[in-house]
Design a protein around this ligand. Structure first.
Ligand SMILES: *[C@@H]1O[C@H](CO)[C@@H](O)[C@H](O)[C@H]1NC(C)=O
Length: 449
């Protein structure tokens, strides 16, 4: 008897609890929402009871990473997470009727989803990863999440490269429905700070901030809502400073230093040519980074070209100086040989016969040879030789006077060299100061903007 009673009691408890579980399952709620069988109408139409009511859609976007900025193709590849929320007026329930269920997930394909796309999107379709489920809330709120490797087009302004700050717009719009009103749930400030917290990879970029605006375009009878995320990112310039700007500057300083190399036959020239080659290599690196589509030349390109031109001009000047030196040496030799020839002519004109081989080896020694061969005693001859030696000495003195003439080229070369050095030094200083000033001004203007 007692066992029967306990059995009945157990059965009662089981019955009660069974009833409770059926109430607390999602099944009952799905039944209530008429979602147990495929309800195509819910997937087809915009879920409003009055068609004239627009559907507000809130799009919150978080930036998870800045993967790549392509200066040549003018695209920015980022990793974003987008949460879309809107209201389905047919799917509401009272959570206390359903055991306190306050959230339900259903497959994405069962419900209508706003067709919001990104205007600047240039990525392949494979890069979008939709969550397979969407969440429903008692008030009819629907939440859909999506991750995307977003490649968006962005007009990159590279004038200040590598100190540039880029403003890129990500515009959300609906392709078909004009009854969507786009907005955001969170403010730009919150989204910026959350993005900064959750940012996984930034590469050479740093997220400055995200600003949000939305507006409506009204065209013949229809109005289109637009939501714009204005993302501001800043490049970390250190790599380019170390790789490009500092080496170029060092090469320029080296080129200035070459003016102190003694002009030892082409050594200076070959050094300068090496410098020019190094600069061309750096120019090649730069060419790989910057697009050829830029209207106004980036400042760094100007910098490179000016440095190249300066070194080139100084190379030309070195060639000129070395040419003048060469000319000077040539004139010296010419004058010397001319003087020699004159002496010989005079000697021959005086009726004296000398052996042909002695001409080049000097004037005193053949005289001595004569003396040795002819022997002492011929005083007239000795006197003649003395006179000739005197004449030769006079000639030599004349030649010394003439030497000043070829020496002029050397002096000219020295003057050109020092004048050019002063000019060059001033140009370099002015150039560097101007570059720095202009860059700084532009940078602060850009940063405040
Ligand atoms: C971004 O969008 C805003 C608002 O529409 C506009 O004022 C701004 O010029 C756009 N910026 C770029 C870089 O397109």
């Amino acid at each position: 008897m007692s066992s029967l009673r306990t059995l009945a009691f157990l059965a009662l408890i089981a019955g009660i609890s069974g009833g409770q579980t059926s109430d607390c399952s999602h099944w009952g709620l799905l039944n209530h929402l008429k979602l147990t069988t495929r309800n195509d109408v819910l997937a087809m139409m915009r879920p409003v009871k009055n068609w004239t009511h627009a559907t507000p859609v809130q799009m919150d976007m978080l930036l998870y990473g800045i993967l790549e900025v392509d200066e040549k193709f003018q695209t920015v590849t980022s990793h974003v997470w987008i949460q879309m929320r809107w209201k389905n007026e047919f799917l509401t329930w009272n959570s206390s009727d359903f055991c306190g269920i306050d959230m339900l997930t259903v497959p994405r394909s069962m419900l209508w989803i706003p067709d919001v796309t990104i205007q600047e999107d240039a990525s392949d379709s494979g890069s979008i990863q939709d969550s397979p489920h969407i969440s429903l809330y008692p008030s009819g709120l629907v939440l859909a999440n999506r991750r995307q490797r977003l490649t968006s087009t962005c007009q990159l302004r590279l004038y200040l490269f590598p100190f540039d700050v880029q403003h890129c717009n990500i515009t959300f719009l609906s392709m078909n429905y004009d009854a969507l009103i786009l907005g955001t749930y969170y403010s730009g400030k919150i989204l910026t700070s959350v993005s900064e917290l959750t940012m996984v990879t930034e590469g050479e970029w740093q997220l400055k901030n995200i600003e949000i605006t939305h507006y409506t375009i009204t065209k013949v009878g229809t109005s289109h809502s637009r939501l714009v995320y204005m993302v501001k990112i800043m490049r970390k310039p250190m790599l380019y400073v170390i790789n490009l700007i500092v080496p170029l500057f060092c090469l320029l300083v080296l080129d200035l230093a070459t003016f102190f190399i003694s002009d030892a036959r082409g050594e200076k020239l070959s050094f300068k040519v090496t410098l020019l080659l190094s600069i061309s290599v750096l120019l090649l690196i730069l060419q790989d980074m910057l697009p050829s589509t830029e209207d106004s030349l980036p400042m760094i390109a100007c910098y490179c070209i000016v440095v190249f031109t300066l070194v080139w001009i100084s190379l030309l000047e070195a060639i000129l100086v070395s040419f003048l030196m060469e000319l000077d040496g040539y004139c010296f030799k010419e004058a010397q040989s001319a003087a020699n020839a004159e002496v010989e002519i005079q000697l021959e004109a005086n009726g004296h016969k000398e052996p042909a081989g002695a001409e080049e080896s000097g004037r005193v020694r053949p005289a001595k040879g004569h003396l040795a061969r002819d022997g002492p005693g011929d005083h007239d001859l000795l006197k003649l030789i003395l006179e000739e030696v005197r004449a030769a000495r006079q000639e030599a003195g004349g030649q010394h006077r003439d030497e000043r003439k070829p020496g002029r080229y050397r002096r000219l070369a020295e003057i050109v060299d020092s004048a050019f050095f002063v000019l060059y030094f001033l140009t370099v200083v002015i150039f560097v100061v101007c570059m720095f000033k202009a860059g700084f001004q532009n940078y602060t203007a850009n940063d405040n903007h």
